[in-house]
Design a protein around this ligand. Structure first.
Ligand code: HEM
Ligand code: HEM
Length: 133
């Protein structure tokens, strides 16, 4: 990627927000289909698509937009990839697990651990790089 760390951070913030809104779209459609079919066993999938996908990613996008030095820092890039690889793995495997495939539990754990690792880096990044220029 080209440009300064701030330019990269501003670009990354837009990517976070665009992916977040896609998770909101998927999350609400999932919610309405789940409600229509009375398949409430999938509520944790719906909840975490919305909360880890829309709410957490959207908030990260806003923070990285406000503080592009954080968004463009390697901690922000590592956060992006850990979250965006971990979340789809966790959500698809949780969906399959709750649908009756207990062997998926390991993948749920793997995806979740990637997300947690990303959040650890996010926390460090906020403490180190969220400050006025
Ligand atoms: C039109 C949009 C939505 C529909 C139709 C919908 C539908 C549902 C349904 C049917 C449940 C299961 C309730 C139950 O098991 O008793 C549920 C649970 C939940 N939803 Fe949504 N939802 C929508 C949007 C959202 C959004 C935007 C969020 C978060 C930002 C969200 C967060 C949650 C959470 C956290 C739960 C779990 C609540 C619990 O276990 O107590 N939902 N939703
Ligand atoms: C990798 C990160 C996360 C993991 C591994 C995780 C794990 C879990 C687990 C195991 C449950 C219990 C589900 C059940 O009772 O069947 C749960 C419930 C819940 N979590 Fe999370 N969570 C994570 C992140 C979050 C975040 C970031 C939020 C809020 C922004 C959140 C909000 C909730 C809520 C509202 C519930 C209750 C709704 C439900 O039963 O589905 N979680 N979570």
């Amino acid at each position: 990627m080209t440009g300064s760390i701030e330019q990269r951070g501003a670009r990354m913030a837009q990517t976070w927000l665009k992916i977040a809104v896609l998770y909101l779209l998927i999350g609400v459609i999932f919610g309405i289909v789940m409600a229509g079919n009375h398949q409430f066993q999938y509520a944790p999938v719906h909840a975490h698509i919305n909360l880890l996908g829309w709410a957490s990613m959207g908030l990260a996008g806003v923070i990285y937009w406000l503080f592009p030095r954080a968004g463009g820092h390697w901690l922000g890039l590592a956060h992006f990839w850990l979250h965006n690889i971990g979340l789809p793995i966790a959500m698809v495997s949780l969906f399959l697990m709750l649908g009756g495939n207990p062997a998926m539990e390991r993948l749920v754990a793997l995806g979740s651990l990637a997300i947690v690792a990303g959040v650890v880096l996010f926390a460090v990044n906020v403490f180190v790089n969220v400050k006025t220029a």
